[in-house]
Design a protein around this ligand. Sequence first.
Ligand code: GLN
Length: 304
Amino acid sequence: MVDYQEILNSIYAKLQKRVDKGKVASYIPELANVPKEKFGIYLNRIKGENYCVGDWEEPFSIQSISKVLSFALAFSKLKNQVFRRLDVEPSGNPFNHLSLLEMENGIPRNPFINSGAIVIADMLLSMLDDPKNDFLAFVQGITNDPTIQFNKTVAASEAETGYGNYAAANLLKSFGNLENDVDRVLDFYFHQCSIEMNCKQLSNAFYLFANRGKCMQHTTHLSINQVKRINAIMLTCGFYDEAGEFAFEVGLPGKSGVGGGIVALLPNEFVLSCWSPGLNEKGNSYLGMLALEEFTTQTNLSIF
Ligand code: GLN
């Protein structure tokens, strides 16, 4: 029998000692205040047991991890129509890159880079009666946790300095790929990114992607086919220009955010969340990437 707790403990003990923990994101001023020493891991096995270590109970800003959840909601409602306005190819570029968007006539490469997530935010804005609250209710529902909230201070902080996202949204608008007003779309997008979760909540939120579309309460939110597609996009696009490296080193579908969270999963087996706010030069959690690599190496559990 694999001793998962022992594996998590050893990964934590080894990595926490590292002097180099990466750099905390500072382009969103509020995120720069989070201490670099924080490090937590939570493993949710689909069969039922859970294991945790470190700061797994402390909430952090999920940032781009929210792109999977907003895409899941849009995909569940609009089905394959979502692909009329964006593609599913890895961009090979940073999450906030703009020149490809211009070259490709305002069609984002995939829903997990900023421009793609802004198009999804626009779709949700057109479709939901009370967009922010309805999206939050969806996230609370799949996680079975009504305490999950936006962090309005983080959303406001990003709205003040999010020039790249204003540029992306304006470019999308100029190509006719944004229905709503730029400010309204970005207000929704900055709020979705500001959602806070701890490692346990994040693992629970992604449970349905490892469990054929059924969340922890066995409610079906997505078809098996939709989950297959979402996991495929996570594998190929979840880590921007480090997606190849993540598939190579870790071998799982997953998603990162500049708040230092990473969630990865093995269908029918587990969801594993890590949080450490220091980032590598590609904007992914430095210790989180190493922790996931250690985990799949030690357990030999990966999709390959
Ligand atoms: N809110 C951030 C942004 O739009 C999310 C980026 C990320 O987590 N990679 O820049």
